[in-house]
Design a protein around this ligand. Sequence first.
Ligand code: FAD
Length: 538
Amino acid sequence: MLYSPQFDTPLNFPRKLRVICVGAGISGIGFAYQLTRNVENVDLVIYEKNSDVGGCWFENQYPGCQCDVPSHSYTFSWDGNPRWNKYWASWSEIQHYLRGCVDKWYLNKFLKLNHRLVSARWDIEESKWHLEIATPTGRIIRDSADVFFDATGALNRWKWPTIKGLDKFKGHLVHSAAWDHSYDFTGKRVLLIGGGPSGVQITPQLAPIVTHLTHHIRSPLYVPEMRGQNDSPENGYYSEAEKDKFTFDPEYFLQYRKHQTEARFGSFLVSHKDSELQRETRKKVQESMRQRLQYREDLCKKLIPEWEYGCKRSVPGTYFLETLLRPNVRVLAGEILEIKEHSVITEEAGEDQYDAIICATGFDTSYIPSFPIIGRHGINLQDEWAGRVEHYLSVAVHGYPNYFMGSGPNNSTNVVTIQTGAAYAVQCIEKIQKEAIRSLEITYDAVNDFTIHRDLFVKDMVWTGACSSWYKNGTKDGPVLGPWVGSGLHYLAALGKPRFEDYRIRYVHGNRFAYLGNGQTQDEIEGKNLSWFIRQDP
Ligand SMILES: Cc1cc2nc3c(=O)[nH]c(=O)nc-3n(C[C@H](O)[C@H](O)[C@H](O)COP(=O)(O)OP(=O)(O)OC[C@H]3O[C@@H](n4cnc5c(N)ncnc54)[C@H](O)[C@@H]3O)c2cc1C
């Protein structure tokens, strides 16, 4: 390309960029906050398919839905919430917190709610993303941007189980992620399918009001003992005095949050298959589960895993094991053979009548996008990832320039890693803007090296144990796509500063030094901070 720089702008001039973020859950909100605070002259729009922000916390409103890590470690690191009511915050509290963040940080003006991304395509000539978006009326609009930040979430597409006759059922049929608040479960006979986090949280809520509850749990799960969990559901609340102390003593509150975070992040070694901590924790949790199940042989056999602790996400379900001892609750394992109009046939119990079936059967965890994303070579990422999901450090994909993912594969999807993934993208955007970059594309070699490292690293980790889990897209031996290749702190450090040497960079003016501009800095033009480099070292 002929070199034709502009000599009318200073070094690092922040040229106007348009950035499109899709999704307004934790990832999209955290991205918008960090982008608007750190990068000037950006035209941002956030398309969100739902009628409000919050993502999975807006969608999952089933009874008992709550965070399964301590609330104070489930906030943006820059904005703790002194008023959490519960030690494990409920969906509505988290939703309230996230809504509050959007209001407080003036992000509403960037939001387009009820707008669903339908397709995205990179135009190599223009170096722009062209997006098609369905509006609330169903009309398709087009928008384009220099950068596309994908914050559509890893656990956002819930799925029905594949069971013969499910569509024939004439009673109340509901998925946990699309709860119908109008149905009253009181006095009903209910089948709950799924022993993951959602199922574990629903059982203690429904058991006291239904006539009968069968909880179908196909594979066992670790239920560790934690504060407020194994006595009554009413426990696990912060007192007013505790909340006031957090509110009015900021230093105390900060130390409390740090302590909570350290307690959580200090235990990564438990994820090593052969660590002492793994062996001890496994034994300890197995014994505690046996005790809480009052040594009932049938339940212990169905519920207590033999595989590694953490192979699939452990679930600190409040009052869950205790509820299974109730006379109106039954646990079934084995297969569900068929669903009829008013009954269900199971391998273990034969045919039983039900008024309602709840499918707490989780999400599509393939990481394959729900819309076509056409990259530089004209290839759809949906097709590419149908074969094998290959990415760079959870944030970028080869062949898809100026595209960054908020909770991509191997991000671990907790708040710290999600906000760090967003911070990473913000740094890339700033570079694109200030160094007159047309496109930043991760190289194939970098993706390949990361994939090789990941696959070797996880061999020693519990996630490749004998369980099937969403970490491996529901398989026992598939590639590990959920957790990061290290601790949360490791993710934070590894992605703290982008390695731009892993990218192929194309420049707006062809010459990489065009951004040197008119030979002056912005400060010089404004006549300020002209001696910023003068100092006196001891
Ligand atoms: C029930 C449940 C409980 C969980 N509990 C915990 C927990 O205790 N601890 C923990 O660390 N993690 C937990 N997680 C993981 C959770 O996914 C993350 O913690 C986090 O909330 C994910 O945020 P996100 O913004 O990446 O994704 P999401 O919250 O899923 O947000 C994605 C957003 O993108 C929008 N979107 C998707 N597709 C489109 C489209 N085509 N067009 C426009 N908008 C679109 C969605 O509507 C949604 O608002 C839980 C997940 C679920 C589902």
